[in-house]
Design a protein around this ligand. Structure first.
Ligand code: ADP
Ligand code: MG
Length: 239
């Protein structure tokens, strides 16, 4: 993606958008966390991401360094389980962006971020955590680019859809990690706050990518690849 100045501008726009969104969603995330946690997820994240956006606002560092600073700030400001998970994983994965932001480095960042969350939190898919939104998103993004040859913007839009499905998937699950696990079966029927904030963050990253990569979307490639089902074939036989 473009030159170093444009990449920096895009990353600063992204973190600002994320901070604004998490402020807007603060009460909603708190509501989700009050059902199965301790009602601090909204305030943890809005405080942390606003501090991170402020910290880098006037930076003239390269993107890798900016993203690292965002991670470091989150570690010190977010707290709870999600502080080290978000902050530590962003900080560690930021090294994948040291050579700038490209389709390849964005995949490497996404994979490194997911791996760090897994290393730190030890949550499997299905444990009702942020991992349930993140895993399908990262897998979908990588496959869209590397196997389906889709443009990064289209790939990211599909990844957001995958995360959205992952958030819905958390509702009927019993929590196995974090505070929600203390509730046992009573955690069933509630949406996981961390999976939800992961989706909100991704939605803002997508909106930023749309702003900066507009025109790079291959409309044909975005179209469904499955042929339309032939109703005659489906209704065939004895029907
Ligand atoms: P705390 O639970 O310490 O109050 P937050 O409320 O900020 O922290 O974050 C809760 C979210 O953190 C959960 O909804 C879940 O998505 C995520 N989480 C908790 N424990 C883990 C874990 N071990 N691995 C991955 N994510 C986790
Ligand atoms: Mg909490």
């Amino acid at each position: 993606m473009a030159d170093a100045d444009t990449q920096r501008e895009a990353v600063l726009t992204a973190i600002d958008r994320v901070a604004d969104r998490l402020e807007d969603e603060r009460s909603y995330l708190t509501e989700l966390d009050s059902a199965i946690g301790d009602a601090d997820h909204g305030s943890n994240l809005s405080r942390g991401f606003r501090a991170a956006a402020d910290e880098v606002a006037d930076s003239d560092d390269d993107v890798g360094e900016i993203v690292k600073t965002i991670g470091v700030t989150l570690i010190s400001k977010v707290g709870g389980a999600s502080g080290p998970l978000y902050g530590g994983s962003i900080m560690s994965a930021s090294q994948e962006l040291d050579d700038g932001l490209t389709a390849d480095t964005s995949i490497a960042f996404a994979e490194a971020y997911l791996q760090k969350v897994l290393d730190r939190g030890d949550a499997r898919v299905g444990a009702k955590t942020m991992v349930d939104a993140l895993t399908p998103a990262v897998h979908s993004y990588k496959k869209s680019i590397e196997v389906d040859d889709l443009p990064p913007l289209t790939a990211f839009a599909k990844a957001v859809e995958a995360a959205e499905a992952g958030v819905a998937f958390t509702v009927p699950l019993r929590a196995e990690k974090g505070r929600a696990s203390f509730l046992g079966w009573r955690s069933v029927g509630h949406q996981d706050p961390g999976a939800t904030s992961t989706l909100f963050i991704m939605e803002e990253l997508l909106a930023t990518a749309e702003q900066y990569l507009e025109g790079e979307t291959d409309v044909d490639a975005a179209a469904p690849t499955e042929p339309e089902a032939d109703p005659d074939e489906i209704d065939g036989g004895d029907a």
